[in-house]
Design a protein around this ligand. Sequence first.
Ligand code: HEC
Ligand code: HEC
Length: 289
Amino acid sequence: MQHLKPVKTLALASACAALFAGAAFADPDLSAELVINDGELTLVTRAPSDDVITPNLPERYSGWLFRDAATREMEMDDFENPAMLAVEAGADLWTTVDGSAGQSCADCHGDATESMAGVRAHMPHLNANGVLWSMEDYINNCRTERMGAEAWRWSGDQMTSMTSYISMQSRGMPVDVQIDGDAAPYWEQGREMYYTRYGQLELSCANCHEDSTGLMIRADHLSQGQISGFPTYRLKNAGIVSIHNRFRGCIRDTRAESFAEGSDEFRALELYVASRGMGLSVEGVSVRP
Ligand code: HEC
Ligand code: HEC
């Protein structure tokens, strides 16, 4: 396996003085425990690192650990978690007939709590033709090819509601994606992207989420950029944000042209970033600033 040397920035501050000006370090609160609904379920927010996937991380941390107490608490109680509205909307869509075949998701997949358990934990994965697909691809394929219905927009309300509902069926399961065999070329493509510097600021994902984890940039406490919490309710957007939408936002922050949501590049990046969180719990739906 080819090993890329992570590009370390000698002077991050000189490349983007404005961004990192006044940056301060703040430890994540590693003693915090992500307990759902007063003890119903405890999620794993710290997982061991390894030499193959995350040789530069001492340990894997959920983004939840980096949030302030008020935001953390919102995710600990399903009545407080604003993402639960999307989960409910997704549950309704699950049983809604749509398209020329006159079927709903439930007609084929039955009870989602059983048929969709573990699906989020293994996403993205290779389809029957050996092509890497994200959850959105599987959903839209069922809609267009099996239901005779129209595809949903990648980050539209219906799609994010459905991905929220399906992801909830894996809450508490460890992230576990396939990165070897036929998945290996995708994973390597994603890794290469992760260490590529983008935009006028010439920053890679790793520059921020690996080299600078723990720094405060403006009001943001930099996490490891994990996707174990996605889809996520962003308080700033007052809505659900998909994985690819978040990637796009981060690349745009480097003042670069971004790849499109649903692009092959973002699928590969998704697989690689998912693998960096192996062992962390799928959070179902998370809350972030
Ligand atoms: C006509 C039957 C049918 C309908 C209706 C249908 N699906 Fe599917 N779906 C399938 C089949 C068959 C597969 C492939 C199963 C396999 O290969 O493991 C699948 C696969 C999936 C997968 C991937 C599962 C995995 O293990 O990764 C998801 C997610 C999914 N469907 C969601 C949906 C959603 C959401 C709807 C409604 C919008 C829906 N499906 C409607 C038959 C259907
Ligand atoms: C200029 C620094 C910077 C770069 C470069 C950057 N990000 Fe981010 N990213 C942030 C900030 C700030 C946040 C919000 C605070 C946090 O969760 O770390 C964030 C958040 C995220 C999150 C959400 C984490 C969570 O728990 O909700 C993901 C996922 C992410 N970034 C992935 C990436 C990927 C992949 C790349 C490369 C394509 C990238 N980022 C590049 C600054 C950056």
